[in-house]
Design a protein around this ligand. Structure first.
Ligand SMILES: *Cc1c(COP(=O)(O)O)cnc(C)c1O
Length: 374
């Protein structure tokens, strides 16, 4: 069994991809070819967001809006600690300082209570100025965007949504991409919508911000291409990656439906056996990961070993919360600073999830987990 199986999907799109690649070999516009415009327009229709800026990776999709906000070292951006490193790294790369926030043990997403406490503590300490919030749609479940918007407005903060895992999810009937002042996603191959290399995109309804982002994407270019008006980066997506995404976007909703069916099957079979992921009313997940919480670290190791014996791959996202990573040791967080995510990092593990898993395979994973627990 494969953790993420790209073979079956490839078989579905192979013919279309080969002719799309042939077209690129003919026109040879490898950078900013016509596929880029097509993809941005397709994604605009898909999300309903008025500006889509494709780019080189999910990380750059986070970095560019943060560069647009012109952060300085004394600017605080609040970010959950229980996420992929790039959610926080982007803040540092753009010149700001991350302030880490704990998560909810049921949804794995940022805790609003912990967020409010972190903002209050930061203001009281007086060393950093609160500037923004990066909510993360962890494992594909959208963050609580209404709750976060309320807090952001109270303190005058921007919201940059990290939907690297969450593109295609919904919150109160609205698609991800629509939340926050801007939203970043990733098309890394293992994400629910992945290309065949690195890629990302930024979504925003703010036309002025979009114009700055398009400039930042190409070295801060101005109207005169050789008069650069700001410091930017080489942040473009290439035409081949756009062609892959144009094809995959056509089958994406059907794949999301299958992911949700598989997640329901896991939950139905594992409820009462082990703690299953919670999707609150009004949310739909993309199931970038199906993540279970064991009763203890020891139980997790036992289950993962039992599954390995049966050739069932598992993975731990995330074994070390970011506030305890060596790169951020200088910020002075200790064990116990953010107890919920520290506890989860010892107990969570993810099981195979992709739209092409068979019912048989899902049931065999569930049986193996039940066998390891009893
Ligand atoms: C994958 C991921 C990123 C970074 O995306 P890349 O395309 O790998 O640069 C950022 N945030 C989260 C939550 C991710 O899962």
């Amino acid at each position: 069994m494969q953790f993420i199986d790209l073979n079956k999907q490839y078989a579905l799109i192979e013919d279309e991809l080969r002719s799309a690649f042939d077209a690129i070999f003919s026109h040879k516009r490898f950078i900013m070819g016509p596929e880029i415009e097509q993809l941005e327009s397709d994604l605009q229709k898909y999300t309903g967001v008025s500006n889509v800026i494709s780019c080189s990776s999910g990380t750059d999709a986070l970095v560019m809006p943060l560069l647009a906000y012109a952060l300085s070292k004394t600017d605080a951006v609040f970010v959950p600690s229980f996420t992929f490193f790039a959610s926080a790294e982007s803040i540092t790369l753009a010149g700001g300082t991350p302030v880490f926030v704990d998560c909810n043990e049921d949804t794995y997403n940022m805790s609003l209570e912990s967020l409010e406490n972190a903002i209050a503590r930061t203001i009281k300490k007086g060393e950093l100025t609160p500037r923004g919030i990066i909510p993360v749609d962890l494992f594909g479940l959208p963050a609580d965007y209404d709750g976060i918007r309320k807090i952001a407005d109270e303190y005058g903060l921007f919201i940059l949504a990290d939907s690297a895992q969450g593109l295609g999810g919904t919150y109160k009937g609205k698609k991800t991409g629509q939340f926050g002042n801007a939203c970043a996603t990733s098309f890394f191959p293992a994400k629910p919508l992945g290309c065949y290399g690195d890629g990302g995109a930024i979504f925003t309804d703010d036309d002025d911000l979009a114009e700055v982002l398009r400039s930042l994407r190409v070295h801060g270019q101005g109207v005169d291409k050789y008069d650069n008006v700001r410091i930017g980066l080489n942040g473009r997506m290439d035409s081949f990656q756009a062609a892959v995404l144009i094809s995959k976007l056509k089958i994406f909703d059907a794949e999301l439906e299958k992911r949700n069916k598989i997640a329901r099957m896991y939950t139905d079979n594992l409820k009462g056996v082990i703690k299953t992921p919670v999707v609150p009313d009004g949310y739909t997940s993309t199931w970038a990961q199906y993540t279970l919480t064991a009763a203890s670290g020891g139980q997790r190791d036992k289950i993962m070993e039992a599954l390995k014996q049966k050739d069932i791959p598992t993975a731990v996202y995330y074994r070390i919360p970011i506030h305890l990573c060596s790169a951020y040791a200088h910020l002075g967080y200790q064990q116990g600073s953010l107890p919920v995510c520290e506890d989860l990092s010892k107990k969570v593990f993810s099981v195979p999830m992709n739209p092409y898993l068979t019912e048989q395979e899902v049931l065999s994973v569930c049986e193996a987990i039940k066998g390891a627990i009893k």
